[in-house]
Design a protein around this ligand. Structure first.
Ligand SMILES: *Cc1c(COP(=O)(O)O)cnc(C)c1O
Length: 383
């Protein structure tokens, strides 16, 4: 189905930060398959871990324990200070799980009716009917009526607006610390901490959607570490599996017994091949110095981008980057970049880079050079 506006390119193979199309043309990648290939294409250790597990035990259902899933859950809890993990297959599914946990906690604690969730304008939380509802952008609230009830939206950065939006029915606040699809909007630290304090005082759960910001993307294992608090619920997906579909919903100690047998599940969740990939990714991210390098390379990339013609501003946390342009249509420029051998994505009117976390400084130079060339060629839009 035509659910994506695709480029006229078929990618065939890849190695590190380079991909090759069916004609052998080479591309340098600053998109990572939308923040997924955290270790680049076909990292040797990752391929080995995944292949080995595929040849050992490929699936066994959630009625049994598996070493790969248990190990991954344990590592995630140890690294985050959270208590429990529920595995799924995508970001949207992880968010559905978080929403269910928040509502059940409130149901168990306060009885029915306290089930509303406040999210932020410009957020993006997924494509299922409920996560579209959670997404604070009117363009997503179309066609598929009726949407799930119980969501309202406030402007990011306005703590008074949030307080006004809270009612006796509010059970949770859900946010991305850096809004990815919404345009790489970095939430203000003070605002986030005030939100957390206010929610704590009212037993309103804080759900942080780290589907895009998680797994090292922002220079910490999870972006909430950059803000200095631990949320009640955290979701992750994209970069965690290194290229295989995974979604995780993690909860704090307070919520660890909210879900009981048959309240949630998914056939493929906790798949051992996927978890083997994620275990390998996590181990690499946690190697000494790896995450510091993500931040330092991000800074390097930011400075290079700021030096380019027609770049107005750069929004960045770690290697999550939004490029504001002085002129021109971001989609057109991205198209021209692809034609010139640079894989890049957009977010609203911005160009967006989510390069593989293993990208080197010389590879960054190479990518920026192509972008610089395209920005010089591209005639400014007549808007
Ligand atoms: C991509 C994304 C999602 C949806 O993830 P899927 O795996 O596509 O379902 C949810 N939240 C955020 C912040 C995302 O970036």
């Amino acid at each position: 189905m035509h659910t994506y506006g695709r480029y006229d390119v078929a990618l065939k193979s890849g190695e590190g930060v380079y991909a090759y199309d069916e004609n052998g043309k080479k591309y340098i990648d600053t998109a990572s398959g939308i923040g997924v290939n955290s270790l680049g294409f076909c990292d040797k250790g990752w391929v080995e871990a995944v292949s080995k597990q595929a040849g050992t035990l490929q699936h066994m259902s959630n009625y049994f324990f598996s070493e790969q899933a248990s190990t991954l859950a344990q590592k995630l809890c140890e690294r985050t200070g959270l208590a429990k993990v529920c595995f799924g297959n995508s970001g949207a599914e992880a968010n559905e799980c978080a929403i269910k946990i928040a509502r059940k906690y409130s149901f168990d604690t306060y009885g029915g009716g306290r089930n509303e969730i406040i999210t932020l304008v410009n957020s993006f939380h997924g494509r299922t009917v409920t996560t579209l509802s959670a997404t604070g952008q009117e363009v997503f609230h179309n066609y598929f009526f009726p949407f799930t009830e119980g969501f309202s939206y406030v402007e990011a950065g306005d703590i008074e607006a949030l307080k006004r939006a809270v009612t006796s029915k509010t059970c949770a606040v859900m946010l991305e610390l850096v809004q990815g699809e919404g345009g790489v909007n970095i939430l203000d630290r003070e605002y986030v901490l005030q939100t957390v304090d206010f929610c704590r005082a009212n037993d309103i759960l804080v759900i942080v959607d780290e589907v895009q910001t998680g797994a090292g993307r922002t220079g910490k294992l999870f972006a909430f570490e950059n803000y200095g608090f631990v949320p009640d619920l955290v979701t992750a997906a994209k970069g965690l599996g290194g290229g295989l579909p995974i979604g995780v919903c993690m909860c704090s100690d307070k919520l660890k017994d909210v879900m009981s047998p048959s309240t949630h599940g998914t056939t493929f969740g906790a798949n051992p091949v996927v978890c083997a990939g994620a275990n390998y990714v996590l181990d690499r991210l946690c190697e000494p110095g790896f995450l510091d390098e993500v931040e330092s390379k991000g800074k390097y990339l930011e400075e290079k981008l700021r030096g380019l013609d027609r770049v107005k501003n750069v929004r960045r946390m770690g290697l999550m980057i939004g490029i504001e342009l002085e002129s021109g249509d971001a989609h057109e420029i991205a198209q021209r970049c692809v034609e010139n051998g640079l894989l890049i994505i957009t977010a609203k009117s911005l160009l967006r880079m989510l390069p593989p976390l293993v990208i080197s400084r010389s590879e960054i130079d190479e990518a920026v050079e192509i972008l610089g060339k395209v920005l010089l060629q591209q005639p400014a839009a007549l808007t």
